[in-house]
Every structure is written in structure tokens, then in C-alpha cells.
Design a protein around this ligand. Structure first.
Ligand code: GRF
Length: 192
């Protein structure tokens, strides 16, 4: 199954997906990595690995979010991708794009949804005194971080944790959970 990965930054989840896709028995291949930011480090990582990358800066479209997303959509369709994986893509999508890819767009979020949607999830979990934290893979719907949950991984919040130590513990699980869930999703839905 050809997939497109959307990033805005570091791209460590993208790398986890790249590594999974490199295994001969993995049912997906990354045909496009797309970023809304030219300075996303993940772009360089992907192109060094021989993956097609594209930057479509949202800034060039001013306030017209849908115009930006029409450009994204066009690029994804041209790539032949059948599925979009958001991996640290830091923009809220319009209902238009969500509709185009309904049931075929997946996001990873660094909390145990429905707890702590939005940004700064690790700080929020610590502040709330959560005993447990983690990450969620879900289908993208109009509500931000609200779509049907495909999988979650739990980690403990440990005494002495700060946002960085907690984020690192969660990230390790993200890198395991995303490829695993993508495989199950593709095999279960028989997307090809
Ligand atoms: C991850 O924690 C992801 O869950 C969140 O943003 C972070 C992106 O990290 N949405 P990376 O770019 O995949 O390294």
C-alpha cells in the first residue's frame, strides 16, 4: 500500500515508519513525505533515504487554509498514495481535506486520548497529576484529536519526571505503536 507521511519537524515517527516499510513483509511503502515547513529536519532524512519529499509551505497561501490543502491533496493523489499518516504534522486540517481522506488518514497523538488533546500534552499530564500517560493512534475526523481510536500504548508517570523525560518515554512507544498499528489497519481493511 502506498502511503504519504505528513510532517512539520523532526520526523522521528516518520523514521519509524520508514524503517518498518523497509522490511520485506511490511504492507506499506512511503511514496511521499510532505511538509508544510521547509526547515523540517525530517525532509532531509527522508530524501537521504531516497524517498520523494515535497514542501508546500502554508505561509504561501495566507489565510486560505483550503487552498493550501488542495495543493497537499493534489500532491498526495499524484504520488499514488492511498493512505495519509500524520506524523508530527502541526496544523489542524480543514473539514475539506478530512472529508477527502475519510477513513484513510491516521494521526499519532502523544497522550491517552480523550485525555489531553491539543498541544503540550506531557506538561498537561504532569500538571494533572496523571499516574499514567501514553500515545494514541486514531483516524482523523473533524474534531481535533477526536477520531476513532485504533491503538494506544501506556507508560507510567514516574516520580521526578519532567516534560522531557516523560516525552522520551512516550516517544519510544510511539515509534513502536505507529508501524504496528499501520500494519494492522492495512491488513484489516485490505487497503491496497
Ligand atoms: C510526536 O510526539 C507526535 O506524537 C506529535 O508530535 C511529535 C512529533 O515528533 N504529534 P516527530 O516529528 O515524529 O519526531
Amino acid at each position: 500500500t502506498p502511503i504519504a507521511v505528513f510532517i512539520s519537524g523532526r520526523g522521528s515517527n516518520m523514521v519509524a515508519l520508514m524503517e518498518a516499510c523497509a522490511r520485506p513483509d511490511f504492507p506499506a511503502e512511503i511514496v511521499l513525505v510532505l511538509s508544510n515547513r521547509a526547515d523540517a529536519a525530517g525532509l532531509e532524512t527522508a530524501s537521504r533515504a531516497g524517498i520523494k519529499t515535497l514542501c508546500i509551505p502554508h505561509k504561501e497561501y495566507g489565510k486560505d487554509r483550503e487552498a493550501h490543502e488542495r495543493a497537499l491533496d493534489e500532491a498526495v493523489r499524484a504520488s499514488g498514495a492511498k493512505l495519509i499518516c500524520l506524523a508530527g504534522y502541526m496544523r489542524v486540517l480543514t473539514p475539506w481535506l478530512v472529508q477527502q481522506w475519510q477513513g484513510r488518514m491516521i494521526n499519532i497523538h502523544p497522550s491517552l486520548l480523550p485525555a489531553f488533546p491539543g498541544l503540550h500534552t506531557h506538561e498537561a499530564a504532569l500538571k494533572a497529576g496523571a499516574k499514567e500517560h501514553g500515545c494514541t493512534i486514531h483516524l482523523v475526523t473533524d474534531g481535533v484529536d477526536e477520531g476513532p481510536i485504533l491503538a494506544q500504548a501506556h507508560v507510567p508517570v514516574l516520580p521526578g519526571d519532567d516534560a522531557d523525560t516523560l516525552a522520551a518515554r512516550v516517544l519510544e512507544q510511539e515509534h513502536r505503536l505507529y508501524p504496528e498499528t499501520l500494519r494492522r489497519f492495512i491488513e484489516g481493511r485490505q487497503i491496497s
